[in-house]
Design a binder for this molecule. Structure first.
Ligand code: PHE
Length: 496
């Protein structure tokens, strides 16, 4: 049976008293690192050995040196390439890749000469035979017999890049105070049996290695968008919002636009801005009484409004689209809320899900993104309340300063764009859109007159790109996403 390396080392020291790990590596034909590993594991047993670091200079044959060992030195190769009646210098140069070096070495050795007596100068041999000392020396050095060769020769070979001189760190080992050649196996666990029997007193325990790296957890990794989404979900739930069902990407134009008092000739309803479905092209089921009231609000208004005064067409409302915002879901939820058993109750709703727009794609725009939306309905709630909710929401996202700018949405009045001061970027950035829903939208739903509804929306991608320092949206979403980015993206704390 082959002895363990640790036993081989201990036996050697028992016999010789002292050894350098480099010599042991040569002795046992083992890799030096393995000898050091075995030494470390002996040292874990206590003071069995003493070790001291030392460094040794060693000569090693380079790649080119090994070429010489195999094919002979460049000068001998050149010498051998010269035929009995000589050869022109240009022709000689073609005989081997190292002919230039070989030629000048062979010249200075006095092995060859240039004969200029003929028409063309010829290189001829000057001596009959040559001995390849260079090759011989390198063979010896490769076999570990470098000491037998004079230093100036070795230095010359070093200059010729046939040898390199390297320093190797090693250990000189001698017997320690507790020297033994039989290692007891170290215990790694303290068991109840050892405690009960008292055997632990005589056992040797392996020391803890606090430097050891833990095994990488074999787990999945959340995409940054999902991390930010769950943070935003937390913010909404802390503030008492309830999530809306947003599980349908396909929406009838009726819910996405008409229910929101968006006129049928509005440019956002063009194919340039919205993706229309070809199959199924149309939706057929709508609450008909509500649909009639929506039509009437568009055509004639009511409740002080004069409406848009055009002929509203059901065919336009039936067209299926990929929803352009989640506010269609809010409309459906508000309609249900007003018509539920027991009547209207105040609510706070939120959603975070995908929406689609027929955009020109660039570094910050794709044809789809996630919309974050909050909607509140309550008796006599006001614009001040909306501003307060928005300020609190964004403060929880780490944006403590917000400003509002008047804007326009078909379904809200007043409407406000939301700007937040980003400390990291040092500037105001547009971060969302908001407003108080219009009566023309709420009346057809039967939302009571003393109830106001307001809401706001933002994208999930914008804060995610800022948070994770991603400049191009294609690095966040799509086929170019680097899984390493996903694995290595930090935990998300929006307020930090
Ligand atoms: N739907 C709006 C948008 O797409 C966001 C919004 C939601 C605005 C609710 C006002 C009220 O930008």
């Amino acid at each position: 049976m082959q002895l363990e390396l640790t036993d081989q080392i201990l036996n050697y020291i028992q016999e010789h008293g002292k050894a350098d790990t480099i010599d042991l590596a040569a002795q046992f034909s083992e890799d030096h690192q393995k000898i050091i590993g075995a030494l470390k594991s002996i040292e874990a047993h206590g003071e069995i050995l003493c070790s001291e670091t030392t460094s040794t200079k060693v000569w090693e044959v380079t790649g080119e040196g090994n070429y010489v060992i195999e094919h002979g030195s460049h000068e001998v190769t050149v010498f051998n390439a010269i035929p009995a009646d000589g050869i022109s210098q240009p022709d000689l140069m073609k005989t081997s890749p190292n002919a230039k070096v070989g030629f000048s070495k062979a010249m200075s050795q006095g092995w060859i000469l240039i004969d200029k007596s003929g028409k063309v100068p010829l290189v001829r041999r000057k001596v009959e035979t040559v001995e390849d000392l260079v090759q011989q020396h390198l063979v010896d050095i490769a076999a570990g017999k470098a000491v037998s060769i004079l230093d100036n020769i070795k230095n010359d070979y070093k200059k010729r890049k046939l040898l390199s001189e390297n320093t190797i760190k090693s250990f000189i080992i001698t017997k320690g105070p507790d020297f033994t050649t039989t290692l007891k196996k170290l215990e790694t666990d303290l068991t109840t049996e050892m405690l009960a029997s008292g055997s632990w007193k005589d056992l040797k325990f392996k020391e803890y290695n606090f430097e050891a790296l833990g095994a990488p957890p074999n787990a999945g990794f959340q995409h940054p968008l999902l991390k930010v989404r769950s943070e935003v979900t937390d913010i909404f739930t802390q503030m008492g919002f309830v999530e809306m069902p947003t599980n349908n990407f396909v929406e009838a134009s009726f819910w996405n636009f008409d229910a929101l008092f968006q006129p049928q000739m509005h440019p956002a309803r063009d194919a340039q801005d919205t993706f229309f479905l070809s199959d199924p092209e149309k939706s057929n089921k709508f609450p008909l009484d509500y649909l009639e009231r929506v039509k009437s609000a568009h055509e004639n208004g009511g409740n002080g409004s004069i409406g848009y005064r055009y002929k509203w067409k059901i065919e336009e409302a039936q067209k299926n689209i990929l929803r352009t915002h989640t506010t269609g879901v809010s409309a459906r939820m508000l309609y249900k809320l007003a018509n539920q058993e027991g009547g209207f109750k105040p609510v706070k709703y939120f959603s975070i899900d995908k929406v689609f727009r027929n955009e020109t794609l660039d570094a910050t725009h794709l044809a789809e993104f996630h919309q974050v939306e909050g909607v509140l309905a309550g008796v006599d709630i006001s614009l001040g309340g909306l501003k307060g909710i928005i300020a609190e929401f964004f403060a929880k996202m780490g944006l403590t300063e917000v400003q509002f700018k008047p804007a326009y949405n078909p379904y809200t009045e007043p409407s406000m764009e939301i700007f937040a001061y980003h400390k990291g970027l040092g500037k105001w950035i547009e971060i969302g859109n908001s407003g108080m829903f219009r009566r023309e939208m709420l009346d057809p739903m039967n939302i009571p007159q003393n109830v106001n509804v307001y809401g706001y929306g933002l994208s999930l991608e914008r804060p995610t790109m800022i948070k994770y320092g991603i400049k191009n949206i294609r690095e966040l979403i799509g086929p170019k996403v680097d899984l390493k980015m996903v694995q290595e993206s930090a935990l998300c704390r929006l307020d930090k």
